[in-house]
Write a protein that binds this ligand. Structure first.
Ligand code: PAF
Length: 285
């Protein structure tokens, strides 16, 4: 039977294990997660395994990145199941701190990335990226990994993380890993479990509509028309609302009106209370 990774819950235990690994000449890799692990997370472990000898998975449902009325209390938590899922992987340590360890009494420092954090997801989830940037900075400082991996599914999150890691000169390489998709192309997400059977069927149309937008833009359709058409198609497919569908510069996330730079389409569509995120690269034709 596969061995589950060991679990540490304090910064000092984590640092002792990291120091041991470094002493043995190992490169340390970190996979930050909020648990509720699915094959998307396991693919992150897989992706980092080519670049690290000791892989740590952090599991922490970070309260500061959830807004009022969001699903912090309901967010799926099952550490036993997460450890079982990690057993056959290359992860050898889980860091699962308590909220007190992460945000001890008197904690008053926030990491905030201007501009990147204010558009798209930032405009819909006020303070969300400050919460993400703060907890990821803490995780990187606590663990001091050589490399950390984040999924491209949260593309804006990845851009925010790359920015503060550069600005703060944190000596960790940030690696992006491709989106993992279900059979019908729906991007894997811990929140997909909230979808009813009917909503789950509709959800599979998001990537279909975005692929069509990518093809349209590549074959010369004006970007504004393609964005509008994609929003209309999502509503016609049964989505309850479209928060945004925007073609942006893939490095700066500034909206594009022509394909003048490597581009990405970012989108969020809603089914009931569930916001489904997706994004795709648009390579220049
Ligand atoms: O992407 C996530 O699961 C979270 O935002 C992260 C990066 C683990 C920070 O809490």
């Amino acid at each position: 039977m596969d061995k589950q990774p060991d679990v540490v819950r304090t910064i000092s235990d984590l640092r002792a294990r990291v120091a041991e690994a470094r002493h043995a000449g190992k490169r340390v890799g970190l996979v930050p997660t909020m648990g509720a692990l699915h094959h998307g997370h396991l693919s992150l472990v897989d992706a980092i395994s080519a670049h690290a000898d000791m892989i740590i998975v952090s599991i922490f449902v970070n309260p500061t990145q959830f807004g009022e009325g969001e699903d912090f209390d309901a967010y799926p938590r099952d550490e036993k199941d997460d450890l079982n899922k990690l057993a056959p992987t290359a992860a050898s340590l889980v860091y699962a701190p308590t909220a007190q360890e992460m945000y001890p009494e008197g904690d008053s420092t926030k990491v905030s990335v201007a501009d990147f954090s204010e558009r798209f997801e930032g405009a819909h989830r006020l303070g969300h990226f400050d919460g993400v940037a703060t907890v990821v900075s803490k995780l990187l400082m606590q663990c001091l990994p050589d490399i950390a991996v984040f999924g491209e599914k949260d593309y804006q999150q990845l851009a925010v993380i790359r920015q503060f890691v550069k600005d703060l000169a944190i000596p960790t390489t940030i690696m992006g890993a491709p989106i993992v998709r279900e059979m019908d192309g729906l991007a894997a997400s811990s929140r997909n479990v909230y979808l009813s059977a009917h909503e789950r069927q509709t959800a599979g149309q998001l990537n279909v509509v975005l692929s069509k937008l990518v093809d349209d833009v590549k074959s010369g359709s004006p970007i504004a028309d393609a964005e509008k058409h994609a929003s209309q198609s999502l509503l016609a497919a049964g989505f309850d609302a479209v928060d945004y569908v925007n073609v942006v510069n893939s490095a700066t996330l500034q909206p594009l009106t022509t394909l003048s730079a490597p581009a990405r389409v970012l989108a969020v569509a809603r089914l009931g209370a569930v916001r489904l995120l997706d994004n795709m690269a648009i390579e220049a034709p």
